[in-house]
Write a protein that binds this ligand. Structure first.
Ligand code: DC
Length: 220
């Protein structure tokens, strides 16, 4: 019987963790969980129920009541909330600027962490899960835990590419630097916890980064 393999990858915005995690999952035949997509999907849910981002009780209620379905197939990513496909919508600027209303609330985090653990446990063969708190909170007992970082200029340039190069400098700084600052009030994803491998991808291509994670997984 082959052993289940769970790989946890954390890192700041634009570090390349989503592309890397998807690539590693495809190479190793594992599932893939984008936990950030769950925070984003729940953001759609609270906005759609007319809740203001500053109404923390409303955001918590919308999070607890949101039915989130998410693909764990690295080759076919989609996410639905309350029955509606939000795969495209969660990448838009409205969601990117409001998602911290969910990710900075401990009650929302606890709910999503529990759901993420259930998805990880239910994926046969194993999974690559990525986010901000996977190595420390969601799956601290993963077989391999990696903190993927990159210098801020490189992260902003990568996020700019992701967004089609159409976002102005202030919006980019908001999406990368301000969001990471807000998110890091509850979760530490800038230094590697004990037992977590720190991989600096500043000077690595995507393929090189995937190679390194696959190699690390092979050594476990
Ligand atoms: O990785 P991303 O940009 O899609 O994440 C969306 C937001 O959710 C971002 O503000 C960070 C937050 N997040 C988090 O706090 N914990 C996670 N495990 C994943 C994402």
């Amino acid at each position: 019987m082959t052993q289940r393999l769970v790989i946890a990858i954390d890192g700041p915005s634009g570090s390349g963790k989503s592309s890397t995690s998807r690539g590693v999952a495809q190479r190793l035949g594992l599932g893939y969980l984008d936990t950030g997509a769950m925070y984003r999907a729940v953001t759609c849910a609270f906005l759609d129920s007319g809740v203001d981002p500053s109404d923390t009780a409303g955001v918590i209620a919308a999070t607890l009541g949101a039915e989130v379905e998410i693909s764990t197939d690295p080759a076919d990513q989609w996410v639905r909330v309350n029955g509606v496909d939000v795969t495209e919508r969660i990448r838009g600027q409205e969601i990117s600027t409001k998602v911290s209303a969910v990710s900075t609330v401990p009650e929302c985090r606890a709910e999503l962490v529990a759901r993420q653990r259930a998805i990880i446990d239910a994926t046969p063969g194993g999974i690559v899960a990525e986010g901000r708190d996977i190595t420390t909170v969601v799956a601290p007992d993963a077989d391999l835990r990696v903190l993927l970082t990159a210098d801020p200029e490189v992260r902003m340039a990568r996020r700019n590419l992701d967004l089609g190069g159409e976002v102005d400098a202030a919006a980019l700084a908001d999406q990368v630097l301000r969001r990471d600052r807000d998110d890091s009030t509850l979760v530490n994803f800038t230094t590697a916890a004990d037992g977590v491998v720190h991989l600096d991808g500043t000077y690595l291509t995507l393929e090189e980064t995937i190679d390194q994670v696959v190699e690390l997984a092979g050594r476990r």
